[in-house]
Ligand binder design. Structure first.
Ligand SMILES: [Zn+2]
Length: 221
């Protein structure tokens, strides 16, 4: 889904040129399954180590990025908010990525948010909620404006200059309660709660916090 954004940028820059501001280079960590060579063959999900400060950029209950005093982190947060807008457009509102968190370059443990009408919520786990948060909360920033991301997708009447044909919906169930080809073998709710033990390589600040009772305004405080 991040790749969609960089491809969109490359296409748009043929028309609008390069921006005066920096475009962050961000990607998700590489991950793999490690099997201990002991009697019980304990499985561990391992992923790249994320150096430096670990932050939450966008919570999956909100379409607003966190604001940072540190300009570097604030730029990354706005860029990731722009990523959501592009993903929303390029999937024809089928899905976008949220729960962005990690360092300045590497991200981990995202949440795919899918349109409830597609009936594929189970593929992406219990965090696949609040689909409407993006349309409700998103505020376009310098990235959205420079690259002319269509604002009509959120119902805005503000015109944009570049005509971009809508992409076909990239996640299409074959019927109610059916999963896309290849994913029907996955047990429901297995993606977000794998049977493998959580990585022991995660940083000390990378822990699970129950935010279900936190108000949106308090998400980033
Ligand atoms: Zn936007």
């Amino acid at each position: 889904m991040i790749d969609i954004v960089y491809k969109y940028i490359a296409v748009q820059e043929k028309t609008v040129g390069k921006p005066a501001f920096q475009v962050p280079e961000m990607q998700f960590v590489r991950a793999g399954l490690a099997i201990c060579q002991n009697d019980t063959k304990d499985p561990y999900l391992v992923e790249e180590w994320i150096d430096g400060r670990f932050v939450k950029y966008i919570h999956n209950r909100s379409g607003r990025p966190r604001q940072f005093d540190d300009a570097k982190y604030d730029l990354q947060a706005r860029f990731l908010s722009f990523c959501q807008h592009v993903q929303f457009v390029k999937t024809d509102k089928a899905a976008y990525v949220s729960d962005f968190q990690g360092g300045l370059e590497l991200l981990t443990d995202p949440q795919i948010i899918s349109d409830p009408e597609l009936n594929i919520n189970a593929i992406f786990g219990d965090g696949n909620i609040n689909y409407g948060a993006l349309a409700k909360d998103h505020e376009c920033n310098e990235f959205c404006d420079f690259y002319h991301v269509p604002k009509e997708i959120f119902g805005s009447k503000e015109p944009f200059k570049t005509t971009i044909p809508p992409a076909p919906r990239s996640i299409t169930p074959t019927g109610k309660d059916e999963l896309p080809p290849g994913l029907d073998l996955l047990p429901k709710k297995s993606v977000h709660n794998p049977t493998a033990k959580v990585s022991k390589m995660q940083g000390p600040s990378h822990c699970t916090i129950d935010l279900t009772t936190v108000d949106d305004d308090d998400l980033y405080t």
